[in-house]
Structure formats: C-alpha cells, structure tokens
Design a protein around this ligand. Sequence first.
Ligand code: FMN
Length: 339
Amino acid sequence: MSAFNKTSSLMARGVEFLGSEYAILCGAMSWVSERNLVSAISNAGGFGVIACGAMTPELLDAEIAATRAMTDKPFGVNLITMHPQLFDLIAVCAKHGVGHVVLAGGIPPKGSVEAIKQGGARVICFAPTLALGKKLLRSGADALVIEGMEAGGHVGPVSTSVLAQEILPSLAAENLIFVAGGIGRGEAIAGYLEMGACGVQLGTRFACATESIAHPDFKKAFFRASARDAVTSVQVDPRLPVIPVRALKNKGTEAFSAKQVEVARLLDEEQLAMGEAQLQIEHYWAGALRRAVIDGDVENGSLMAGQSVGMVTEEEPVAEIIAKLLHECEAALTTRAAA
Ligand SMILES: Cc1cc2nc3c(=O)[nH]c(=O)nc-3n(C[C@H](O)[C@H](O)[C@H](O)COP(=O)(O)O)c2cc1C
C-alpha cells in the first residue's frame, strides 16, 4: 500500500491523465519554469510545465529537447494564447510529442485546441468562471485549471475558495479539474481533493526550490516576504487599463503608480494621444520579470508571487517540497476520515 494511499486514491483520475506519480502540477512560471525546474518536478513525481512565455519557436524547440534530456517522465508546455506564433509553437510541441499543452492568457483562438489535439497532445485550459469552463470543455479542452486571485502572476478577481465552490460541484464529477492559487500546504490540497478536484497546481511554493534557476536575491525576497506583501498591481486612472498582476511590492510598484499619474496628467493636458498613453502603461513592465528572476533586480523588476509566499521560507529541493505536501495532505485526509 502506498504511503499516500488516501491522497493517491483522490488523485487517481489526475494521475491517469497526466501520467505522473502525483497530480501536482508546477504551474508554468515565465523565466523560472525552464529545463532545470521542470525536469526536477517531473523526476520527483509531480508534473512540470515549461513556460514558453515570449519564446520563439526555435527557443521552445531547444528548451523541450533540453528538458527531455533531463527527464524521461512526462511534462507539459504552457503557451500564451496571444503569442503571435502560437500555431508554430503548437507545431514544435507536436514535433517533440509533448503530451500536454496548457493554454493560458485568455480564450484559445479559433483552431488552436484542434491543432494541439491533431498533434497528439491533451489540452488544459484556464477557466475563470463556471460558464466559460463549460464552454471550454464543449470546445474540446480535456481538463481545466481554476485559478483564484491568491495566485502569483496574472490573476482574475475571484478567490480560489469561491471558484472551487462554484465550479467543482457542477463539473468535477464528470471532468478533470485542477485547483490553483494560494496553495502552500498539503492540508489545502486535501480540501480541494475532497471537493472533487483531480489534482492541484502550485507556482509560488516551487519558485525558490533548490533546482530553480531564479537569482539568489529573487529567492531571498520570497523568503523575507509575508502574504500581505504579495499585492496586485493597481489601476490609477479609468482611461488607462492595468491587467492585475500579483507580485511582491517594491520600488517598481511605486514607480508604476507614479508613471500612471504622470501619463494621466499628460492625457489631461492633451500632450499625449490615448493610444500612446495606453501603450506606455501596457509596456511598462516589459522585461521586468526577467530582470527580477534572472538579473536579481528585486527593486525595479517584477517579483511575481502569490499570497502563499509567506509559507516559502527556505530553499528546499523539489523532492522535499513534494514529500512535505503529500505528508500534510495524507495526514489531513487520515484525521478527517477518523473523526
Ligand atoms: C513568478 C511567476 C511567473 C508566472 N508566470 C506564468 C506564466 O508565464 N504563464 C502562466 O500561465 N502562469 C504563470 N504563473 C502562474 C503559475 O503558473 C501558477 O498558476 C500560480 O503560481 C499558482 O498559484 P500560486 O502562486 O498561488 O501557487 C506565474 C506565477 C509566478 C509566481
């Protein structure tokens, strides 16, 4: 009998779908989720996902090949739907026989789900509401991730706990639903599995693993931070839309607010056209995640992190993090069953 008997039994559908030992995905994190972290997650029994982000098809091709060289376990690729070469990236995944493609960043464009399936991969989509979840499943998504606003990176407005209550009772019995956002310990995993989820996705908890190539200063910022430091970007002016991103507050966050005020003033004074103003806001953070993760610029870069960052206190190997999560989950399920 497995040491994680109850957990494994509740994860059985997710495990069968992913082909991993446990239905614990490490959500793709741009710049962080590359060959080292992805292969470490999959080698430890989880399911690693390469973050394609803004990579060219050539770079993705090389990243998949390099990851394959480091693990013979299954892993997936996360593609951003608005990437201008989305269909070329899908072809690269097919060429490598990638088993699972995660589509992030909005409703999948026409033909993309079909193209992924033609290439032999399963499709995982993000469902921000119950209605959209049903639509995505009807359009061919094989599994859904529901991600609450506690998560790191781009977030919607609704918390994980509410999304889980709205979506799992309707969809989880018949469909594969993974829950993400704010998960830092196994007790929370137990809760979502008991509600019908077939597995979970974590990002923040894995970002500073020993195998993560994130800069030591990026990791230090995570270890120091508490939940309330991981805030969403604030929109200052209704004319200048800001997509909410959850990250640790730093000098860059303050400068971004000041920039919005300044651009709004130039708009008021008609010194700037609306299109140009909006573009300046949209492009403000371009390259900022790379500056934080790779260069270690924790003052001006974007320190994307979820609220679970307070539970990330030291560098640990991926295998230890996964073992801890499983022990906590199994203990919670055992206690509840005995009560
Ligand atoms: C540093 C960082 C970068 C991220 N980049 C991406 C990304 O490129 N694509 C994506 O779909 N999600 C991205 N995410 C979200 C994660 O894949 C994952 O869903 C999320 O971290 C889960 O919530 P948690 O942080 O509360 O565990 C990112 C998250 C972090 C913390």
